[in-house]
Design a protein around this ligand. Structure first.
Ligand SMILES: [Fe+2]
Length: 298
């Protein structure tokens, strides 16, 4: 393998029916065959689980999110080199398909309980390949208390500095709980204009489309309305969304500026933190786009 081989490759397509009866077909992607020996070797080392630390550049009034950290000393040199090459590929070779959304499949079969550690290591290797730019990748655990009291999460974009999200289900909740909601941005824009009016919606869209530099207030400014939805927009956007029940090893890859995501109701469970693993990452192109805008968080 070489670091010009993409980390993910097309393996088919999947068609999802929306509530209005229309269907939407997106590509399905999985680990590129050339990287599979690296992932197999990684899992065979039985690396330790990740630990977490706070992020020094991301400081909010209610604390900073923890990010996961991988212990590279646990890997033999050749396996570490393989993971570093894979992270360099994720930095250099774009993997998001046209349209900004792909389903994922077969993401945990090689990695098993080491999936989380592997995604963390990939993110750290990507940061190294980026020249040490700390905002280019984050693996942030899904917050146990995030979302609405019933465990649902209305559609949103995560709006981290890095643009792309890779979400892999390791222990999806039973009985179709916590199914994934997916809504393309043009559909959201139409509903947001109806709810908030064109001027306010346009401002939200500029943040979501990343036409202004990122800052700590962006998410709250765009999605603070979740807490008190007097516009009935949660119902409208949920109804307009695709609903996808992903199994273990499935998930999705999304350009966070193009397609919104959320989840249906999920009841609190002990292993909820292990339900889904998420790597947020830039590639060189998406980083250069935001670097060109300037701002504090580069
Ligand atoms: Fe999210």
């Amino acid at each position: 393998m070489s670091d010009s081989t993409p980390v993910l490759v097309l393996t088919g397509e999947r068609t999802v029916e929306r509530n209005d009866g229309s269907t939407v077909t997106h590509p399905v992607m999985t680990w590129h065959p050339q990287w599979r020996p690296v992932l197999t070797a990684f899992a065979a080392c039985s690396p330790p689980a990740t630990t977490t630390r706070l992020v020094d550049w991301y400081v909010t009034a209610d604390g900073t999110p923890p990010i996961e950290v991988f212990d590279w000393n646990s890997l033999p040199g050749d396996v570490a080199d393989g993971m570093r090459a894979m992270g360099a590929s994720l930095w250099h070779v774009p993997v998001i398909p046209e349209g900004g959304f792909a389903h994922l499949t077969g993401m945990t079969q090689l990695l098993g309980r080491h999936t989380s550690a592997a995604l963390t290591a990939l993110g750290e290797a990507l940061i190294e390949a980026s020249g040490g730019r700390q905002t280019t990748a984050m693996k942030v655990p899904i917050g146990a208390n995030a979302g609405l009291p019933d465990g649902s999460f209305p559609v949103h974009v995560d709006d981290w500095p890095a643009r792309n999200l890779l979400n892999v289900f390791t222990k999806p909740a039973p009985d179709k709980q916590g199914a994934t909601l997916v809504l393309p941005l043009p559909d959201y824009e139409r509903l947001a204009v109806a709810a908030f009016g064109p001027a306010q919606a346009a401002e939200m869209m500029r943040r979501i489309r990343r036409e202004v530099p990122w800052d700590l207030l962006h998410y709250e400014q765009s999605f603070g309305w979740h807490e008190n939805d007097e516009w009935d927009l949660i119902r409208a956007t949920t109804e307009a969304s695709m609903v996808i029940v992903y199994g273990e090893g499935e998930g999705y890859l999304v350009d966070d500026s193009t397609v919104l995501h959320g989840r249906t109701v999920v009841v609190e469970r002990g292993d909820r933190l292990n339900r889904l693993h998420r790597l947020t990452f830039d590639n060189e192109q998406s980083y250069l786009l935001r670097a060109a805008m300037g701002g504090e968080y580069l």
